[in-house]
Design a protein around this ligand. Structure first.
Ligand SMILES: Cc1cc2nc3c(=O)[nH]c(=O)nc-3n(C[C@H](O)[C@H](O)[C@H](O)COP(=O)(O)OP(=O)(O)OC[C@H]3O[C@@H](n4cnc5c(N)ncnc54)[C@H](O)[C@@H]3O)c2cc1C
Length: 446
């Protein structure tokens, strides 16, 4: 019997590969999806979902602790962290089942095993039972990234741990040193500190979230300090003193997973070994596309998903869809959350005015009991076009999507009646109007 032949073979079932496979099947292609580990990739199994789950449980804990203010007589005698981890794993397994159902509904063949290139149309798939060969007209690579360790400190899964190890701990350590003050470092520091660990967070740059607005970064740092995290910025020697800590968590970056014959078929990579792609998500080899983390543009699940859909459309119908990443929101699950979004050509605007609306002035934030933080807005003085929003506060991760839509629409005005009252979204409008000196929900400025 010859090897099975497909229109599209996808390597990896994270957000990039999953969306590519489903989109290609929707367009009528015969699709095979190859996955060496669990369906769902880093996002579902050791990234977005487990961190947000643990964050939500922490939030629940804080709500219970604050509930006496509302007349509840709730008690939080003890927390069994292993039970929380158990619940996380069950939730993730359920989401995974849902994804498997979707794949099955489109008759996408899922092959478990490690794919590697034999030639530009042929993949060898190795699993515990056998090696099989798959032939495909087009191949979409969505192999993702893995945690990278730092010089002289290799992960051992015990003392020196990665984000993946950290998310599977069933006991909270007494002390932890977190190296890396990016989104993942901040989220894991927040979670560990919230469940009683003494956390030191070290960042070598001058501020946490080095690419973020300094005011947002400062607010995040202030809130982490309030939660008991020792935050060290401009810190280059944190690893000199590792004996002081029970665990060392290294979250300084991720490196591409490209060890499956990428060079053998001549696929071009960047100096950091991510796969080079053009605006159609196509590599230098015509029938091979690459999407998501492995293409190294934005290491985010929604970028991976978007690129997966674009690559599938191009692979099935010929190159016609281009990446449009003009407005990309960012969010970090600090406590409270922080987020931001800018128009892509932000730096070209010369006359920019800023407005700010604190959540202490929001009626809805008052009702929610969530009054920490603010919304900051940048506006082009000439056209009154909103250019950027930065947020720290409850639901900042959701609010930034509204901000994103405002910026993506390119409008020069935010209509007052377009925001329901009482809502936190009104704070976007108020920050915008403050930039123009016409916010009616703030006191007069002298
Ligand atoms: C702790 C953490 C928190 C995060 N939080 C967020 C967040 O809140 N929001 C967000 O947008 N992003 C978040 N991310 C980033 C997000 O997880 C990634 O950007 C996203 O998963 C990338 O998707 P992908 O499809 O490119 O790759 P991945 O999700 O990494 O999937 C790649 C898949 O390919 C498989 N694979 C690799 N090589 C082979 C092979 N040779 N054969 C077969 N299978 C193979 C892997 O097993 C894996 O399942 C987070 C990441 C981490 C680590």
């Amino acid at each position: 019997m010859g090897s099975p032949v497909y229109d599209i073979a996808v390597i990896g079932s994270g957000p990039g590969g999953f969306s590519a496979a489903v989109m290609a099947a929707q367009l009528g292609a015969k699709v095979v999806l190859i996955e060496k580990s669990f369906i769902g990739g880093a996002c579902l199994n050791c990234g977005c979902m487990p961190t947000k789950f643990l964050w939500q449980v922490l939030k629940l804990k804080q709500k219970i602790q604050k509930s006496y203010e509302y007349g509840f007589k709730a008690n939080l005698d003890s927390i069994v962290f292993a039970d929380i981890v158990n619940k996380k794993d069950r939730n993730i397994a359920n989401i995974r089942k849902g994804m498997e159902l979707i794949l099955a509904s489109y008759y996408i063949e899922v092959v478990k095993g490690l794919a590697s290139f034999k030639d530009k149309n042929t993949l060898m798939v190795l699993n515990a039972k056998k090696t099989s060969e798959i032939i495909a007209d087009k191949i979409i690579i969505a192999s993702g990234t893995k945690p990278s360790s730092t010089k002289n400190f290799d992960f051992d899964g015990n003392k020196i741990i990665s984000s993946t190890d950290a998310l599977s701990l069933t006991q909270i350590p007494e002390t932890i040193l977190v190296i890396g003050g990016g989104a993942i470092g901040i989220e894991l520091s927040t979670i560990f500190a919230g469940f009683g660990c003494r956390v030191t967070l070290a960042e070598c740059e001058g501020q946490l979230l080095p690419n973020e607005d300094s005011e947002i970064s400062e607010e995040v740092k202030k809130n982490l300090s309030r939660q008991g995290v020792e935050v060290l910025t401009s810190c280059v020697n944190a690893l000199d003193n590792v004996d002081k800590y029970e665990k060392i968590l290294i979250v300084t970056g991720r490196s591409p997973v490209n060890d499956f014959g990428v060079d053998k078929v001549g696929i071009k990579t960047t100096p950091k070994r991510f796969i080079e792609t053009n605006e159609f998500c196509q590599t230098n080899i015509e029938n091979i596309y690459a999407v998501g983390d492995i293409a190294g543009k934005n290491l985010l699940a929604y970028t991976a998903q978007n690129e997966g859909c674009i690559a599938a459309e191009n692979a099935v119908k010929g190159n016609s869809s281009e990446i449009n990443n003009k407005v990309i929101p960012q969010a970090v699950f600090s406590m409270p959350q922080s987020s931001s979004v800018k128009v892509y050509d932000y730096l070209q605007y010369k006359e920019v005015v800023f407005g700010k609306f604190p959540f202490t002035a929001s009626g809805r934030a008052f009702i929610e009991g969530e009054r920490t933080g603010f919304v900051k807005c940048a506006v082009d003085k000439v056209t009154q076009k909103p250019l950027a929003f930065w947020l720290v506060g409850a639901h900042a991760d959701e609010l930034v999507n509204t901000a994103s839509q405002i910026l993506a629409s390119g409008i020069n005005h935010i209509y007052r009646e377009s925001m329901f009252h009482p809502s936190l979204s009104e704070s976007l409008l108020n920050a915008y109007e403050d930039a123009l000196g016409k916010c009616v929900e703030l006191p007069k400025k002298y």
